[in-house]
Design a protein. Structure first.
Length: 489
């Protein structure tokens, strides 16, 4: 094992590991401030915030430090490397770097969406000077809200870390962003006529360490210190991206990618990032409904549930083989287990079926070239399977029934009049193909149809009982993604 000394502390690293000073220091429990460096992007060492003293411990025990501070992100460590982050020279270099970055930075903190989670604020407090010596007028380039339909660029806040540019070149691949002009007049911009509209574009907002790139979906809606972040999983495809879910007072305000090398890495797609609004919709079913004559009417839980259980028990007692429960791939494993346990408790002959599996197109891989063709190696994949927990629900069904009954088989039996009672769980987000007109027409023939879903639909209109469903942001449980990775939501 190689030994690296960080602020006098000996730290072991693997013989074949290629770590820079920032990573080696993190291994030793020391944080080196940085803006431009990101583990998923190439190294450019442009922000100069990670300047450290670097040297080597000789065989006789003496330490030789290089005369100049070096950018920690670009300097690789080896056996007997010495990294110093807390010396007066290193601290002074960091403070001077911050002063330079702040020369033209506006005092927008009271109105900036990044306030409260801004690395410029944090590092200025922790590593910077208390005052600025800047007396000349600041450079104030115009903002560019038109670079994207989803993202606004506040040009005067940019510190030119180039994270966003490298992301569009290396991860999404379309390279819409670029650096224009030179020196203190450098700016981020798009190529003329080519706005930032790729399916991973929202990640540049997460990558931006300051408030230069803002999500129009979140802009001016909530202060971050009011948000309550929760670790969760994106439900919009079988990739199962790990996410931070930021909510306040039972309202979801944004989703952010959460690093997970076993799932998606560092990023998430815009379909998932902006696909949460249905959870906040006022059009969602909020109360259970029961059929009264030709209409569905709101009913109290205390009245509806006993009647529903009684009706199911009656059918299961006389025609157990004609009772079926349809399990949505949007259920958690725990929900599926409890539902299967309940129905198998009615009768062992009750059938358990997997609901419709929405598939849209083909897997979409990134990066792509300028013509939109995928290139290797693949950095990110948006799955064609638009549900989060097919594999988890299938395992539950196999545990209870030994095999997975397809939804097509349920529709055929319903069309033939072979189903007397059906409990259908939905929970499919709007716009995701789920129950076709043919499916609805077949299920209308079921005498006892119970539907659990988000919104009123032709299927709920045919049901005897309708139950409101819970969104991914409102429940706890487990999703299993395409690679059999189980994650708590």
């Amino acid at each position: 094992m190689a030994i690296v000394y960080v602020n006098g502390k000996a730290t072991e690293i693997g013989d074949k590991e290629r770590l820079n000073c920032v990573q080696a220091a993190e291994r030793a429990g020391v944080f080196v401030p940085h803006y431009c460096w990101h583990p998923a992007l190439t190294v450019v060492a442009s922000c100069r915030m990670c300047l450290v003293e670097f040297g080597e411990k000789k065989d006789d025990g003496s330490i030789v430090i290089q005369p100049k501070v070096l950018p920690g992100c670009q300097t690789l460590v080896k056996h007997n490397s010495v990294v110093v982050t807390d010396s007066p020279k290193a601290k002074n270099a960091q403070a001077q770097t911050l002063e330079g970055l702040l020369l033209n930075h506006p005092l927008d903190c009271p109105v900036c969406d990044k306030a409260g989670e801004c690395k410029l604020q944090d590092f200025s407090y922790e590593y910077g000077h208390a005052t600025s010596r800047m007396i000349e007028p600041k450079n104030t380039p115009p903002n560019k809200p038109e670079i994207s339909s989803k993202i606004a660029l506040f040009t005067d806040r940019c510190i030119m870390c180039s994270r966003c540019v490298r992301f569009t070149r290396e991860i999404s691949g379309q390279a819409e962003l670029q650096v224009i002009n030179r020196g203190s007049h450098s700016e981020i911009d798009v190529f003329p006529g080519e706005p930032l509209e790729n399916k991973l574009a929202g990640n540049v907002v997460d990558l931006c360490p300051v408030g230069a790139l803002g999500s129009k979906d979140f802009l001016y809606k909530q202060r971050v210190w009011y948000l309550k972040p929760t670790d969760s999983v994106c439900p919009n495809c079988s990739t199962g991206c790990s996410i931070h879910l930021d909510a306040n007072k039972d309202v979801v305000f944004r989703l952010r990618a959460r690093e997970n090398p076993q799932a998606q890495g560092y990023f998430m797609c815009d379909e998932g990032r902006y696909g949460y609004h249905y959870a906040n919709s006022k059009e969602r079913l909020a109360r259970p409904l029961a059929r009264q004559g030709d209409k569905l009417a709101p009913s109290a839980w205390k009245d509806l549930l006993p009647a529903l259980r009684r009706d199911l028990a009656d059918v299961a007692g006389s025609k157990p083989a004609q009772v079926v429960a349809v399990f949505s791939p949007y259920l958690t494993c725990e929900e599926a287990y409890l539902l299967a346990k309940y129905f198998k408790g009615l009768s062992n002959d009750v059938r358990l079926a997997l609901g419709p599996i929405p598939v849209v197109g083909e897997d979409d891989t990134y990066p792509k070239d300028r013509k939109g063709k995928p290139i290797q190696p693949v950095a990110f994949t948006i799955r064609a399977e638009k549900c989060p927990n097919r594999r988890g629900v299938e395992e539950v069904l196999k545990h209870f029934a030994g095999a997975v009954v397809t939804f097509a088989a349920v529709v055929k039996d319903a069309s033939d009049g072979k189903i007397a009672a059906a409990f259908v769980t939905g929970g499919y987000p709007p716009g995701i193909p789920a129950f076709s007109d043919r499916d609805v027409q077949a299920l209308k023939k079921v005498d006892l149809l119970i539907v659990q879903d988000f919104f009123a639909s032709p299927l709920t209109a045919a049901a005897k009982y309708v139950l409101p469903a819970t969104a991914f942001s409102e429940k706890s449980g487990t999703f299993v993604n395409h690679a059999n990775l189980a994650q708590a939501i």
